[in-house]
Design a protein around this ligand. Sequence first.
Ligand SMILES: [Zn+2]
Length: 397
Amino acid sequence: MVTRVPVARPDAIRRHNLGLLLGQVHRHGELTRAELTQRLHLSRSTTGALVAELTERGLLDERVPSGGQRAGRPSHVVGPRRDGPYAVAVDVDITHITTAAVGIGGHVLARHVVTTADGPCRPEAAAAFVVQASEALSAQIDPGAWPVGMGVSVPGTVTRHTGMVEFAPNLNWRHESFGDMLSAVAPRGLPVTIGNDADLAVLAEHLRGNARDCTDVIYLMGRIGVGAGIIVDGRPLHGHEGHAGEVGHNVVDASGPLCHCGKRGCVETYIGDSALLTLAGREALPTPENVAAVFADAAAGDQRAAAAVRSVAAALGRTVASLVNVLDPQRVLLGGSLGGVLDFAKDDIAATLEAYSMSATRQSVHLEAPGLGDDSSLLGAAELAFADLLVDPVGSH
Ligand SMILES: [Zn+2]
């Protein structure tokens, strides 16, 4: 009996290698041909041919470094180009919509922010803002640059393959086909992909932020709502429907404060922005500015503000303890306003984490701020837009 083994054709191998090489530059920035040859375990001539093709296709640039070289020919440096591909990355937050042009390497080339502080906007209006912003952005960057796709971060549960936002309680969105709305109006027929903000934040931190060296990491995102992006064994944890990580709506006290989701005593009613403002005695909208004012006042010695941050820190420590007990991560990144809690009250978080987690797992976990600051979700959204290009740089455009 003859067994037929499927063999990858040379064309498929070449395209696969083009994707790997482009991915190396995307992840690590400028690299010499010699470094690429070594990292990809290819021959020098194969690397040279791949670089030549990616350069010819306008995806990368190659230059000969000037000066500083000793004997021998300098190795060419391969990197992103100003007139190359870019992602339209969108971060929909409750009070802001940020749209950015992000180049290969995760560089923000230009950004546009719309404030929606009067209240969360409807998805149709959000889609219109995004289209206006992406047109404004294209006028701000190199006229030769070209978009490959649109990636969108939303603070809610998202079914990625349909682009459906199932439930974003703080936006008051329920079962909204936001992906279809954006696809219908996206400039140049750009493909649109949507993801959850915390899922995208952990993706970006794992690729180029403070979780680069981790196989197991949790990004706990706290804004008005609270959610987790989780990587286990180096892979994103999405769950069956892609809805995993809704830590903010775990109920810790069924008779607790009313949550936007309709239940009582959810985690985010203790550690979200509204909880912090209430504890600080402020009847203010939960905007980033008002939340930042509580942290600033706490640091300046305001007793009530300091007590509010400490109270949130204690509840946050218990939340992290539950996650650590289940997932045993190396690192927990605290993003959004939880980064402010970490700054002011790391000891309080650590004390409750100590008290409520199993000690063996707790000892190995580190609490840190995100390396990409407030841009983690935005840069994760760019990764959604780049995904097809990085798998097959030839077939995707
Ligand atoms: Zn809830």
